[in-house]
Design a protein around this ligand. Structure first.
Ligand SMILES: Nc1nc2c(ncn2[C@@H]2O[C@H](COP(=O)(O)OP(=O)(O)OP(=O)(O)O)[C@@H](O)[C@H]2O)c(=O)[nH]1
Ligand SMILES: [Mg+2]
Length: 383
């Protein structure tokens, strides 16, 4: 899906700045021989931060930014002058971004709210200048600390959409159609499976100006948790939804069985999903009459359900009422509870991996103050 604007994973090389070295310098002025050490401290290397930004919905803006590097701290100078700190770098990401180590797959952090700032890599501390190392027995130390090294890491960022309600269903269940009638979103709808190839978000207006966010994801099939269909690639987008709306068409052979298959796939993918609130919508119920509905209702899974039709709009208000009620049942937010599994990096495929090179560290900071040595200088003038 190279041309797509929906980018939900990127791989980036990040590097903080190294600390500037401390200066080894001696004060030297007219009439002040042996002025003593006065080498200043090096500046701190720049940090690399992640920052949640609600203006972003995908990771598209990072797709072509493969190196994020903070700058190094400058070296300290004479007269105890401090080196300049390196510049920090902020990587703006959409809320719901989860960051993993690209080499090991280890979960590093996640960014869930607007303005949230997480330090990804710490800049190296600047080294202390020789001024710090004077003692009663060594008043002319030549030693100054080098700056701390930088940190580097290749990271994978994945977006896990933070919608209130996630739509779960087999292909063709009518998920996109529902989103299109309850929100302003215009997802593609068609009478064949896998019409939806990437998630769509919509804001669903509710009574009194209230609203919630609904995510339509590609259809799930049996085996999705092992990667069948579009499976795994999108299952993660429902991990973070507070509520899952299962959608099964009225003409399904066995609603309960289909429900169980869907449910199993989710739990196999991440057992934590077991704890999620679930609601069932029996879609396309314009094909049913009341008698049939009553008959079907006898044998449904044990979750709150509603019969809907996106064509005749029947049941849609009941559905919204039910979703709203369930969403507000608990005050805590599911987002904080979900535990992110580490990634299996060997299973991930990046089309751009071949030409991936680590950048060289070319810019050594100058060492102009280090060579200076007033002891020798002084002796030569005295003799
Ligand atoms: N009769 C009837 N048909 C519906 C209803 N809702 C959706 N459909 C039809 O069902 C077909 C599939 O609808 P989609 O919304 O694309 O289904 P989907 O679940 O998004 O499918 P994928 O994106 O492939 O997973 C389309 O032909 C819709 O017109 C409904 O309430 N009643
Ligand atoms: Mg669809």
């Amino acid at each position: 899906m190279a041309e797509s604007n929906f980018v939900d994973y990127v791989k980036i090389y990040c590097r903080s700045g190294k600390g500037g070295r401390g200066s080894s310098h001696f004060r030297r002025e007219k009439y002040i021989p042996k002025g003593g050490p006065d080498g200043g401290d090096g500046g701190r290397g720049g940090h690399v931060y992640l920052r949640g930004n609600r203006n972003y919905w995908t990771l598209l803006h990072l797709k072509f930014e493969r190196h994020v590097m903070a700058t190094h701290g400058n070296g300290g100078g004479a007269k105890k002058s401090f080196g300049k700190d390196g510049e920090d770098r902020y990587i703006d990401v959409p809320c719901g971004t989860v960051v993993y180590d690209a080499e090991t797959g280890e979960f590093i952090c996640d960014v869930t709210s607007d303005g949230q700032v997480v330090m990804l890599l710490k800049g190296g501390r600047g080294g202390l200048g020789n001024w710090h190392f004077r003692t009663s027995t060594n008043q002319a130390p030549r030693y100054a600390q080098p700056g701390e090294p930088f940190q580097e890491r290749k990271v994978i960022m994945q977006l896990k959409l933070l919608a209130d309600v996630g739509l779960v269903g087999f292909p063709n269940a009518g998920k996109s159609t529902l989103l299109s009638v309850v929100s302003a979103a215009k997802p593609k709808i068609a009478d064949y499976p896998f019409t939806t190839l990437e998630p769509n978000l919509g804001i669903v207006g509710y009574r009194d100006g209230r609203s919630f966010v609904m995510a339509d994801i590609p259809g799930i099939i049996e085996g999705a948790s092992e990667g069948k269909g579009l499976g795994l690639r999108f299952l993660r987008h429902i991990e973070r939804n507070s509520l899952l709306l299962f959608m099964i068409p009225a003409d399904a052979d066995d609603i309960k069985k289909e429900y169980d298959i869907l449910h199993n796939e989710l739990v196999k993918y991440n057992p934590e999903l077991l704890g999620k609130r679930r609601v069932l919508a029996i879609t396309k119920s314009d094909m049913l009459d009341q008698e049939l509905m009553d008959a079907l209702a006898e044998d449904l899974p044990d979750v709150p359900y509603v019969f809907i039709s996106s064509i005749t709009n029947s049941g849609l208000m009941d559905l919204k009422d039910l979703l709203w009620k369930e969403l507000n049942k608990e005050t805590f937010h599911e987002v904080e509870r979900i535990v992110h599994k580490n990634l299996d990096v060997s299973a991930l495929q990046f089309d751009d991996d071949d030409d991936y090179v680590f950048p060289e560290d070319e810019d050594e900071e100058p060492e102009e103050y280090d060579e200076y040595d007033w002891d020798e200088d002084d002796e030569s003038t005295q003799n």
